[in-house]
Design a protein around this ligand. Structure first.
Ligand code: AMP
Length: 481
């Protein structure tokens, strides 16, 4: 029997509390099907697109199944991109917030040594990109001996990026006594082979209405000369006057070009492409999520899996040359039950790409006439007005979960031999405190970070001003979460 409510499963109260605070009221289709099977620790192959709630479909049962007491990683999630790894880690962090699940994101172009240190500490779940995960396995800095759950997310994208061999290498290093879950929007032959080779009688789940997300998106196109695209972009943005808009280009040079032109026109915009530093990319993505600016110009690095609610418009400044990219790009809008708009510019010699897309999505994108000069002029005033208003800053997804949590910094760490047990011991001796009020403890070289749950942070903070930890009074301060 299909259950619709999260309370129908035997999930721990900590998970139910987080799920409710994340405002997940009913299970999505993929969750209805996946959660009960995953809770039974059976292998599963899921064909479903992003935006269907698939991350929570595996994160909820994995958070339920992991043993909090075990210090070594128990679940490994492989993702094709660093952005997705970070996002999935955050989803685990939010869902596992009150169970105090520790998740680490491990990906390339980020300091190896910091990751090594993180992996040495208590970590329940590791989310990472294949290359860097292999580096850690080879250097012996990632202990796989307790991994019981393997999740391969966006498997078709892994295939496109040439990661299949690396995935096989990783699988071969894992114990056979494990549950494996593979998720993919499409099921190319190589993925099926992978499933047959490494999974135990997997249960296949296909979520119907693959284009359901696309149904919530109004799709339109404009024919345009390459040299007129910027003009058209101006007109369309004035016509549409979006609250939050992603503009996709096919190359980083084009992203730079469009960004420079829009900046000169005083648009509140930023850009993301693969030629930028990882930290800059993440910062811009985060600021876009929070709503600091309305226009983000990007290459396909930002197209997949990235979960930002409330993007009202996607504009394909360049039509994607690959039909699947089209679906991923437009899937950035029309999320979380809202309608979205996707607008594609088609230049003269690009009808082949358009035909491919039409065939793939099974319908024709509506052809629109370029708005008249008069229409554009009439709307300009309203557009300029919005341009000059600061966008409303949004709350992050996990913000609500953090309301009753305070993070404290203690000025002692590994160098002074501080251990988690010292912190727990001191905290549990404070009146009214139990182990359950202590969240994630992170001990680094000369600092320790500890989270105090259940609104007890202020009390603990006051008490630690006069309570020694490991024999000495320490400087304790509050930090932003
Ligand atoms: P995903 O397909 O994992 O990228 O998830 C798409 C979005 O749906 C994310 O913003 C999730 O936080 C959200 N979500 C996942 N499960 C639920 C649910 N049961 N109810 C409401 N929103 C959900």
């Amino acid at each position: 029997m299909i259950k619709e409510d999260f309370n129908d499963y035997h999930l721990s109260s900590e998970l139910l509390k987080a799920i409710s605070m994340l405002n997940f009221k009913k299970l999505t289709k993929v969750q209805e099907q996946v959660i009960p099977i995953a809770l039974n620790e059976k292998d599963i192959v899921v064909k479903s697109q992003t935006g269907s709630g698939k991350t929570a479909a595996y994160a909820i049962p994995i958070c339920q199944l992991v043993d909090w007491e075990e210090n070594k990683p128990q679940a490994l999630v492989l993702t094709p991109t660093r952005e997705l790894a970070i996002q999935v880690k955050e989803d685990f962090f939010n869902i596992g917030r009150f169970k105090r699940i520790k998740a680490a994101a491990i990906y390339g172009k980020s300091p190896f040594y910091d990751q090594e240190k993180e992996l040495k500490q208590k970590t329940h779940i590791v989310v990472g990109t294949p290359g860097r995960i292999i580096d850690h396995i080879e250097k012996g800095t990632f202990d796989l001996s307790k991994i019981k759950y393997l999740i391969i997310d966006e498997a078709d994208e892994m295939l496109n990026m040439g990661f299949v061999e690396q995935i096989e290498t990783i699988i071969k290093s894992l114990s056979k006594e494990r549950m494996t879950m593979l998720l993919s929007a499409t099921m190319p032959k190589d993925i099926e082979t992978l499933c047959n080779k490494y999974m135990k009688d997997p249960i296949h789940i296909e979520i119907e209405g693959q284009n359901k997300a696309a149904d919530k998106i109004c799709q339109e196109r404009y024919n345009v000369n390459e040299s007129d695209k910027i003009e058209l972009l101006r007109d369309i943005t004035i016509l549409e006057n979006p609250d939050s808009c992603m503009i996709f280009c096919n190359t980083k040079q084009k992203v730079d070009e469009v960004y420079n032109k829009l900046s000169n026109l005083q648009y509140n915009c930023r850009k993301i492409h693969g030629g930028m530093e990882q930290s800059d990319r993440l910062r811009e993505m985060n600021n876009f999520k929070l709503g600091y600016f309305r226009y983000l110009i990007a290459t396909d690095v930002a197209a997949r899996g990235i979960d930002i609610d409330n993007i009202t418009h996607v504009i394909n400044y360049d039509i994607p040359e690959d039909k699947e990219s089209y679906v991923h790009r437009i899937g950035r809008t029309g999320r979380a039950g809202k309608m979205g708009r996707a607008i594609t510019f088609v230049a003269q010699n690009e009808s082949k790409f358009l035909n491919d897309i039409h065939e793939y999505i099974g319908k024709e994108i509506i052809l629109k006439e370029r708005p008249s000069l008069e229409t554009v002029n009439n709307l300009k005033e309203e557009f300029v007005l919005k341009m000059n208003i600061r966008p409303e800053i949004k709350e992050t997804k996990g913000a609500k979960l953090s309301e009753e949590i305070m993070k404290l910094h203690i000025n002692a760490g590994k160098k002074t031999k501080m251990r988690a047990v010292d912190i727990v011991g001191t905290l549990c001796n404070i009146e009214g405190m139990t182990k359950d009020d202590i969240g994630i403890i992170n001990i680094v070289d000369i600092s320790t970070f500890v989270e105090i749950l259940n609104n007890k942070g202020e009390w603990v903070f006051q008490q630690l001003q006069k309570t020694p930890i490991k024999g000495r009074l320490r400087t304790v301060s509050k930090v932003d979460i």
